[in-house]
Ligand binder design. Structure first.
Ligand SMILES: NC(=O)c1ccc[n+]([C@@H]2O[C@H](COP(=O)([O-])OP(=O)(O)OC[C@H]3O[C@@H](n4cnc5c(N)ncnc54)[C@H](O)[C@@H]3O)[C@@H](O)[C@H]2O)c1
Length: 332
């Protein structure tokens, strides 16, 4: 299939682009490089398949969709830092909601009917029950989650109006790196637990701060569902088979298991062989105790299942990437 990946220069987008190529698809990337890396595109689809443009440039989107005869769009381009979204909500709404609406309009003009998008566990907010199923109420507790909810609502409207076929994958915590060691996580600022912890092992930070050790979890630290980025990428391939016109279908993409901050730290110590000192900090506001997915809908309907099922396996791939490329894509 001929596929356009928006945000294909980013962390999950680059792994998804590679997985698509490996499955025999023809892939183009659209990214404004505000948060992504040209090098990541060079290592996947190649720079001749990269359009450097913003989602807001609807005419440019129509042009590339038409020129390349795109059949399916995989839409990952967005801003995704919770803290930043609280400080700059307008910027988040403009990028994540306005950008998605521009894409929907361009697809309508170019008569492209298939769309797979990145949504997030943040749309659920802080559910009182675990595991989280797709039927849980959407009740985001931060602006980032709110923008993704608005995107989902825009898609529901567009699917019914334009006969669009949409799958929205609600990712849990993306983690790890490509096992080849040449693609990985490179965010500035980095806010994700595993890269930050490994930066201590690399001497780039003095210690890991654990934000709260009095949560209602077995070891007192927050529990999250870490899903390997290659497993996330594979979910997009599986989703291609279930697209149905006029509908938005939602799937949780997580392992179904929770791992605590302390367990992640232990895995990073073991894999890196570094003692990785930690200090206890205060809780961050709005951090739920436990979040993990019920992934049974993805398993049964998408025929998807995670290949990386232990946190150590995930950390091993991240460690390969971070130790080989301590400055991310700038390492060369
Ligand atoms: N990383 C996670 O754990 C996680 C979890 C749930 C959902 N998500 C979602 O997955 C998607 C990808 O996340 P990621 O971690 O790879 O982020 P990322 O920042 O690494 O990648 C996002 C890419 O989108 C591009 N981009 C942003 N705004 C754009 C615009 N207006 N026009 C064109 N390009 C634009 C950036 O330059 C970047 O390359 C996002 O939609 C995010 O909300 C991520």
């Amino acid at each position: 299939m001929r596929i356009l990946v928006t945000g294909g220069a980013g962390y999950i987008g680059s792994h998804t682009a590679r997985a698509l190529l490996e499955n025999g698809h023809k892939v183009w990337v659209l990214d404004n490089l505000s948060r992504g890396h040209k090098e990541a595109v060079q290592r996947t689809v190649g720079l001749d398949r990269l359009t450097i443009a913003s989602l807001h440039d609807t005419d440019r989107l129509v042009q590339i969709l038409t020129l390349q005869e795109i059949e399916l769009v995989i839409h990952l381009a967005a801003f995704s830092l919770v803290g930043e979204s609280q400080k700059q909500p307008e910027m988040y709404f403009r990028n994540n909601v306005g950008g998605s609406q521009s894409l929907i309009s361009a697809m309508h003009q170019a008569n492209v009917k298939k769309l797979i998008v990145s949504s997030t566990t943040a749309v659920y907010g802080t559910p009182s029950q675990m595991p989280i199923t797709e039927s849980f109420e959407r009740a985001p507790v931060n602006q980032y989650g709110q923008t993704k909810l608005e995107m989902e609502l825009s898609l529901e409207h567009a699917a019914s109006q334009n006969d669009l076929a949409v799958v929205a994958l609600r990712y849990f915590n993306a983690a790890g790196a490509h096992p080849n060691g040449d693609l990985g996580e490179d965010h500035d600022p980095e806010t994700h637990l595993i890269p930050i912890t490994l930066q201590v092992a690399l001497g780039q930070r003095e210690h890991l701060t654990i934000f709260g050790n009095d949560y209602a979890t077995p070891d007192g630290t927050c529990v999250r569902d870490y899903v390997h980025v290659c497993d996330l990428a594979a979910a997009h391939i599986c989703a291609m088979d279930v697209l149905r016109n006029g509908t938005v279908q939602y799937f949780n993409i997580g392992t179904g298991a929770g791992t605590s901050v302390s367990e992640v730290l232990d895995a990073c110590r073991k894999v890196s062989g570094h003692p990785i000192p930690s200090v206890d900090g205060i809780r961050r506001s709005g951090d739920p105790d436990i979040l993990y997915a019920d992934n049974s809908k993805a398993v049964s309907e998408l025929n998807w299942s995670p290949k990386y099922t232990s946190i150590e396996q995930i950390v091993e791939t991240a460690w390969r990437w971070h130790s080989d490329s301590p400055n991310g894509y700038r390492s060369g």
